[in-house]
Ligand binder design. Sequence first.
Ligand SMILES: Nc1ncnc2c1ncn2[C@@H]1O[C@H](COP(=O)(O)OP(=O)(O)O)[C@@H](O)[C@H]1O
Ligand SMILES: [Mg+2]
Length: 288
Amino acid sequence: MNCCRPNPACINFCRLNGKLISGKGVIRNPQNGWEYEVLRILAQGGMSTTYLVYDRQNCKLAVLKAINAELALRSKAREMFEREARILKSLEHPAIPKYYDFFDTRERYFLVMEMVHGKNLDQIVSPVSPTQAIEWLLQTSSILDYLHKRNPPLIHRDIKPGNLILRYRNCQITLIDFGAVKEATTPPGTRIATPGYGAPEQQSGKPCTQSDFYSLGMTLIYLLTRRSPSQFHVASKYKFAGLEDAGIPKALVSLIATLTAFLPEDRPQSVAEVTNLLRETFEQVKVY
Ligand SMILES: Nc1ncnc2c1ncn2[C@@H]1O[C@H](COP(=O)(O)OP(=O)(O)O)[C@@H](O)[C@H]1O
Ligand SMILES: [Mg+2]
């Protein structure tokens, strides 16, 4: 679509007349006829590509996630993508993107959801203060509370800074990416975890709700140091070293140790326990 005046490449709507200016093709849902105009790629992962789109039906921006073509041929990948869509559709929480649409064309599958305007926590350039990090973890825990209390409980399995968006509108954390989510009652299976963030039991395909707490601990290390948590991991001792030398206050080092205990039974057992620990630690570090 052309515009009457030059606009910077980074914007999608004309500054003068408000019209959409940067279409790169249209993806159409053959089932209901809804059309999505592709504006740009937001991210490209091993499993899927995520686009910013303009939803012509509802006249608003949205996010469209498409399973990569070669993976769409594999039934396991298709099944996981369908599960992501089914679970997102079933969720209703202000800090989880709203589900809009799911469809397939002959060779690909597409999931459309609410666009969260904000910043991924992995894009924040410098380490954040202990109180800020705890505040964001408390908000994330409250979303986990909602997921873990579903029937059956839902384990997110991929809590990490890249899946947490600080929404501009209300400065609150939103949790995205339900591609790895698992219903706690289903049998052990696929090994899913982001290296450096996933709990040890996820490596053997046996995640539990406490696996999400482990990933919270890893996320905390990243937020406080802006370094990959694996840099501090001493695999032979199943623990982390050098956190105090990296400037993390003692109270937080001990919180991280509790959240990232090797055995799930040595971690907090519920979100309520995590929240209490976070609040206690907040009181100890708030003078920093
Ligand atoms: N609802 C959304 N709102 C805004 N940005 C999103 C949304 N969903 C995904 N993104 C962006 O796209 C990226 C990839 O999406 P994600 O669902 O995490 O896919 P992947 O499985 O490839 O990690 C995210 O890190 C984020 O930057
Ligand atoms: Mg992701």
